[in-house]
Ligand binder design. Sequence first.
Ligand code: HEM
Length: 390
Amino acid sequence: MADSLELFQELIAPEGREDPYPIYAALREQGPLVSLGEGHMLATAYEAVDGLLRDPAFGVEEGGAFFEGSSLLRSNPPDHTRMRRLISGVFTARRVAGQRGAVEATTHRLIDEMCSNGDTADIMADFAYHLPVNIICELLGVPEEDRDWFRPVAQDFTAVLEATFEPDDSAAAMTAGLTLRRYFAAMVEQRRAQPEDDLVSALASERVSITDDELLANLALLLIAGFETTTNLIGNGLRILFDHPALAAELLLRPNDFVEEFLRFDPPVQLTTRVALQDTVAFDRKIAQGTYILTLIGSANRDPKRFPDPDRFDPARPNNTPISFGAGAHFCLGAALARLEAQVAFPILLQRLAGLRPTGDPVRRPRLVLRGYESMPVSWSAAHPSFPAE
Ligand code: HEM
């Protein structure tokens, strides 16, 4: 039997990135929490990933080379608690639910644009990338005319979410980070003078409990955290549907169950990381302060102890609570928004683009942490106009 380190090396090699699931299964055989040698561990089982993410003995690595250094994702209590309270007070369920109309309208507009170009498209570039960017820009208050240059800049910046990103990405991410910082700094100043009904105005008015540096870091995080991830939820979900064509009709009856099962079966964020903030014991193992742990979300979601017959795609799965948005203090702030976008977009796509199907092999992005496709060529047999309600 291969040891844990060999399996981990397989996981980060190109074949592992292509299909990590068999390697996760072999890693789970080694235990819920396995050592990779001095100072490094992997959480493989659902209970271990969930338990560690909720355990205050573990925290995130603080700071970082980029200006996202003071964001939620890179801070621990008490700073995290203070900023999280403030931001979640502004980025509320009501504000998210209020975007439903915008999500529907954007979905229809993007489909109209795809149809005006014929009956083929790259559903990643022409649809899945645009929907989340437009919606988060709408929420933040980034005007339409800025969104075209915004997307590639923000795209480069997503490299900071990747734990093991390449040196080339890091230079691009640095430049993008500075560009975004300048953009948001100007926007914050403008909104302080003339507030509007958007997230930037709401956050910019809170000068007491958040510094300007923290504010800019979190605005950039809110922008980027939501779009490559949600893009990949749409792309990964479509790929699953293409592999199970008989299920498409059922999606229209229970879109929310399908979205949960897409999230479980091929989660857009495959892993996150934690550091032991103190000496501690978890799952019968002594863990020294400073130990670095990769919590394998993609593996937890296929743990047969939590999800019977885990490699079967089954939207009717009872008690389906995948850990795709994390758990505990850093639970995804955008989970409701991401779910809303997918729950709205899938049924409209399937209803309007009859016979939607792949016309070639999709091209995967070679990343391990953010799992998704670069391109996915599709065609359809007939396009239906948007619903009369529009
Ligand atoms: C399908 C789409 C998405 C997935 C799979 C996803 C996944 C995650 C995960 C796993 C975490 C926890 C990271 C950790 O514990 O280290 C997280 C945190 C976060 N997500 Fe998402 N996310 C998605 C969409 C979004 C959207 C749409 C937004 C915002 C508009 C967003 C904003 C955030 C923020 C701000 C955090 C940090 C929360 C904190 O540290 O307190 N995410 N996300």
